[in-house]
Design a protein around this ligand. Structure first.
Ligand code: SF4
Length: 286
């Protein structure tokens, strides 16, 4: 009998500068083909309660949180979205990860007002999902009509002086410079001038990929979410948004007591380490 125990390597979180709040794990108005979420029940009401968010944020007194990320599935579908947004802005700038299907001129104007109401200079930053600069290619992945709506949302946000970041899953494995240049041209044609900082290009993650991690290396200083953030969900604290429904990613039940170590046991972890560039977070200045 082989008694060898293979131990997964671990990442020690040295400081937490960002947190993710999973507003709903299953509710989305798109359900893209390549999404890492396993959608099951269409009618599930799994919104994180406002009270749970309040309690957990109040436990973070000693952390220097620079960004709170609102994620989903689709965070803007949460019935208390505006409350939670206002609450989070009391703590830090807020990044909304959205497919932007619910953003139009009226919503962008409202969100501009919400940002201006907070007198702490905390910003609202939009991370907008769009996967191709050509309508047909985008809509094959994200659903018919998604491209037109997201283009309209980008125009509305830029009209109200937001500077959205486009989060692009490089599904077709296009050369990154070419991809960015094409997106820059598209944005410019909409009257939205961009720089490289407006684009986050992320690889297509393969749920079935083989687990391949060298257990002898030290991964503490990599640019991966579990090294500097934790994800709050309705079921507790997890090491990152990718593992928010995987018990291997569970770090505790709330922010009063959670583990600062993450064991890299999943095939997502192998892909994340290889990419070594945040999949969801903003890169912070050194
Ligand atoms: S998927 Fe990536 S960020 Fe999440 S625990 Fe694994 S290595 Fe860390």
């Amino acid at each position: 009998m082989n008694n060898t125990i293979v131990k997964a390597p671990c990442v020690n979180m040295l400081k937490m500068d960002s947190i993710f709040i999973e507003m709903t794990a299953q509710n989305c108005n798109l359900r893209c083909k390549h999404c890492y979420i396993d959608f099951k029940d269409k009618k599930i009401k799994d919104y994180i309660p406002l009270e749970k968010v309040k309690q957990n944020l109040s436990m973070l007194n000693n952390e220097n949180i620079q960004y709170i990320h609102l994620t989903g599935a689709e965070p803007m579908l949460h019935p208390d979205f505006n409350h939670i947004l206002r609450l989070c802005l009391k703590y830090s700038s807020v990044v909304i990860h959205t497919n932007a299907m619910n953003i139009n001129d009226k919503k962008a104007r409202f969100l501009r007002k919400v940002e201006e109401e907070n007198n702490l200079n905390h910003e609202i930053i939009f991370m907008i999902s769009i996967d191709h600069y050509i309508e047909k290619e985008n809509d094959i992945l994200r659903g018919r009509g998604a491209y037109r709506k997201v283009i309209h949302a980008i125009q509305s946000l830029s009209k109200y002086e937001f500077n959205p970041i486009l989060s692009i899953v490089n599904h077709y494995n296009i050369n990154e410079i070419e991809l960015k240049n094409n997106f820059k041209e598209l944005c410019s044609s909409l009257g939205f001038e961009t720089t490289d900082l407006n684009f986050k290009i992320i690889p297509l993650l393969n749920k079935e990929a083989k687990y391949e991690i060298d257990s002898d290396k030290n991964y503490d200083s990599l640019n991966i979410e579990c090294a500097n953030s934790r994800t709050l969900t309705i079921n507790g604290i997890f090491s990152c948004p990718l593992l928010s429904t995987d018990n291997r990613g569970k770090c505790g039940s709330d922010f009063s007591d959670y583990s600062k170590k993450s064991y890299l046991e999943t095939s997502y972890c192998s892909q994340c380490i290889n990419h070594n560039n945040y999949l969801f977070s903003l890169s912070l200045p050194e």
